[in-house]
Design a protein around this ligand. Structure first.
Ligand code: FMN
Length: 732
């Protein structure tokens, strides 16, 4: 709940201040170039810190009979106002070492003038200034609430800069850039607020007055001490006003960075010194920090910070819109009390709702009485016999936002009927506490007297649709429901189709199978085991194909079904034509990293070999073994060259084949796996991985065989290796 307060505050502040922040940022980007454009002008003389004021006055006096002022600006350019020997007045930049005139002060460009007005007051004078000041304060609050959100997300201030897992572009960069530009943004906003308060006289700059009379100046002339001008280097000067006349009561006014001195014009003694109040010190620093005046480096930091603010506006709103789009609970047809099946969803950013909704609709379509809600709405259900919990995990193994109250409710709400339950955890293997909250929910339901499990806790990495369909299949079998999980229609999240060119397509073989090779038209990152999503125009239903990557192309092995809409569509594509599709990453079925795993066993039947065709060719220092089941020797022809090449160049260590229609004794892939139990046991005990792709029927048979092998030879059930992520499946 707490995190939601901070998130809503962050969002509410962003929405209310959007216009001002946007305008201030865009103008800020333009204005950050002003100090840079000033610094590149040719008026800077190196080494002015080695000159003292005495020397400078002497140099100027040699050249000009009368000097009115000398100034040193934030860029360390020296300007002066003098009268020449010819009696002309000369104003502009000078070389303090020679008193030579360098040029007139250039006019501030119209672009900077215009942008400054817009930045300061939106051309609305006082009221505009007020709103800009307010906008600056709101941006400070946004940065502050953002920092709190990062602390919460990272589970503590100490982990503020710890690694962030990249699951979503907008979210990842919002956090990464937010952390990096937090300090500059806080500085920009606080100095902005300070400067506004100054403008409205809400902060008063009370300067002390000099205490000087004629007697002081006369006494000063008598004492012969060294001139103060000799002790002050020129770069510390802001302005030096020369005496109005030669009368001894007229003096120099020397404005330094932190004080003002009145200096006797003949003796060089300090007649009076007034220190700047704290307010002036802060005002000067605020101006420098807010505008970058005089420093190219800080101007660049300000520029980058402004660009980041624009990115935060984009990524922040994108995340909000995505979240809103995602977290729509579908309309219930049945009430909680007249439904038989209750689906409760736990989700932080809404992704789980896609699969939950598809499942809910699939069950409804089959005439089931289903009710869906979020986990925080858990209550008693009069007629329901099945509870399904679909929940993600957040923070460090914590409940997502709409599930925080669930565990308390579970123990306080009295459930009159005995219910069967199933829990599906959605998470990411990149987090150490993988699907932890689902585990906690499952453990609590196990201990609850009113609940009985019907399938084991099921964990899903990266919202894998195929894994979810596998679970849905298992669950529907366990409750004896006529439900075809493969027909679940999952809505397409902001689908961005890409173009692919058909570069090769084989004829169909004896089993009506063919291989299609597609080349992405644009550079695309993908791996063998990822999924190609195709939506044929005819029925607009998404199909997912496991892909292999060979020479940067996508290779798919497809069985052409007589009335199969998508398989016929793909088969009828001609070489060099283009198709629209999307590659979906499927990290739970990519070949593991060679660092962690040394041996991998691939098991497939039929077209399930597709992703493995890419994997066996990869030249990773992993020992790879392939088991494949087909019907006849001819069935192998499609894949033979790739397998032979891989065996020849040793990227594949062994190949075991089972042919079910070649001889009378039907041999299936699970039979050849059973014969290689030593290899399987060695791979699993060596922390290796087994990957299975193909039909569900084959998967079930293979899992039985594997379980026997692990139980007999390693004295552990297969589930132990499954929990250890040593068993990866992608079956349909
Ligand atoms: C900040 C953050 C923390 C996460 N922590 C975990 C975690 O501890 N364990 C885990 O398995 N997944 C974790 N995840 C991954 C999410 O559970 C996963 O992305 C899930 O699919 C999100 O589903 P949802 O959008 O429905 O909440 C985390 C994600 C984020 C952004």
């Amino acid at each position: 709940m707490i995190i939601s307060i901070w998130r809503y505050s962050h969002l509410a502040l962003a929405i209310t201040s959007f216009v001002f922040v946007f305008l201030a940022t865009v103008t800020g980007i333009v204005l950050s170039f002003q100090p840079i454009s000033e610094q590149i002008q040719p008026f800077k003389i190196d080494g002015i810190e080695q000159l003292n004021v005495e020397q400078t006055i002497a140099t100027f006096k040699k050249q000009y009979p009368e000097i009115i002022t000398i100034e040193v600006d934030a860029n360390q350019f020296v300007s002066a106002s003098v009268i020449t020997k010819e009696g002309n007045s000369l104003n502009g930049y000078f070389n303090p070492k020679t008193a030579a005139f360098l040029g007139q002060k250039p006019e501030v460009s119209n672009l900077f003038k215009f942008t400054t007005s817009l930045h300061r007051s939106l051309f609305l004078k006082g009221i505009g200034r007020f709103f800009v000041g307010l906008g600056s304060f709101l941006l400070f609050l946004i940065a502050f609430t953002g920092a709190i959100l990062v602390i919460k997300r990272q589970s503590g201030i100490k982990k503020f800069f710890a690694k962030v897992i990249n699951e979503d572009f907008a979210q990842y960069w919002h956090v990464i850039l937010g952390r990096l530009s937090l300090i500059p943004i806080i500085i920009i906003t606080l100095t902005g607020v300070y400067l506004s308060l100054l403008k409205f006289d809400l902060i008063e700059e009370k300067k002390d007055k000099h205490n000087l009379n004629f007697e002081t100046t006369t006494v000063a002339e008598i004492k012969s001490e060294t001139s103060v001008f000799e002790t002050i280097s020129l770069n510390n000067v802001e302005t030096l006003e020369f005496p109005f006349s030669e009368d001894e009561e007229d003096y120099f006014i020397l404005k330094l960075k932190n004080k003002e001195l009145l200096v006797h014009q003949y003796s060089g003694q300090v007649l009076s010194e007034v220190k700047d109040p704290m307010v002036t010190f802060l005002s000067n620093w605020s101006l420098v920090l807010h505008t970058g005046k005089g420093t190219v480096l800080w101007s660049i930091v300000l520029f980058i910070a402004c660009i980041n603010i624009l990115f935060f506006i984009y990524s922040g709103f994108k995340m909000t819109i995505d979240r809103r789009k995602n977290t729509v609970i579908p309309k219930n047809k049945f009430t909680k009390d007249n439904a038989d099946i209750i689906i409760l969803v736990g989700s932080e950013t809404g992704s789980t709702y896609h699969l939950a909704t598809a499942f809910f609709k699939g069950l409804l379509d089959k005439g089931n009485r289903v009710f869906i809600s979020d986990l925080n709405s858990y209550t008693n259900y009069k007629n329901a016999s099945q509870l399904i919990v679909l929940t993600s995990t957040y923070g460090e193994g914590e409940a997502p936002i709409n599930a925080k109250k669930f565990l308390t409710l579970l123990h306080s709400v009295k459930q009159k009927r005995l219910m069967h339950y199933a829990v599906v955890g959605f998470g990411s293997l990149q987090y150490p506490e993988y699907c932890k909250f689902a585990q906690i929910v499952d453990a609590n339901l196990q201990l609850h007297p009113q609940f009985q499990p019907n399938v084991e806790l099921f964990k899903i990495h990266n919202q894998s649709e195929s894994d979810f369909k596998n679970w849905a299949r298992k669950w529907s079998q366990s409750v004896d429901l006529d439900f075809d999980a493969s027909t679940l229609k999952v809505s397409n999240r902001a689908r961005k189709d890409q173009l692919f060119t058909v570069v090769d397509k084989t004829d169909i073989n004896i089993d009506n199978t063919f291989i299609i090779t597609l080349k992405p038209n644009k550079k695309l990152k993908f791996k063998s085991g990822d999924l190609l999503s195709v939506i044929p125009k005819q029925d607009k239903v998404e199909r997912l194909y496991s892909i292999g990557k060979i020479d940067g192309n996508i290779v798919i092995s497809i069985k052409k079904h007589e009335f199969g809409v998508c398989s016929n569509y793909l088969y009828n594509l001609k070489v060099n034509t283009q198709i629209k599709a999307v590659v979906k990453s499927n990290t739970s079925f990519n070949i593991p990293k060679a660092k962690t795993v040394q041996d991998v066993v691939f098991i497939a039947n039929g077209t399930g070999i597709g992703p493995f065709l890419g994997m066996i060719q990869q030249s990773k220092p992993i020992t790879k073994h392939l088991f494949w089941g087909g019907r006849t020797k001819q069935s192998l022809q499609l894949y033979k060259n790739t397998i032979d090449d891989s065996l020849n160049n040793k990227s594949l260590a062994s190949f075991n084949m089972a042919l079910s229609k070649e001889t009378n004794d039907k041999v299936y892939v699970q039979n050849v796996v059973a014969k290689q139990q030593d290899l399987i046991a060695k791979v699993l005990s060596n922390n290796g991985v087994i990957m299975i792709c193909g039909s569900i029927a084959m998967q079930n048979q293979v899992l039985d065989v594997l379980n026997k092998i692990t139980t007999n030879t390693l004295q552990q059930p297969l589930s132990v290796f499954e929990q250890n992520n040593q068993l990866l499946t992608d079956c349909y």
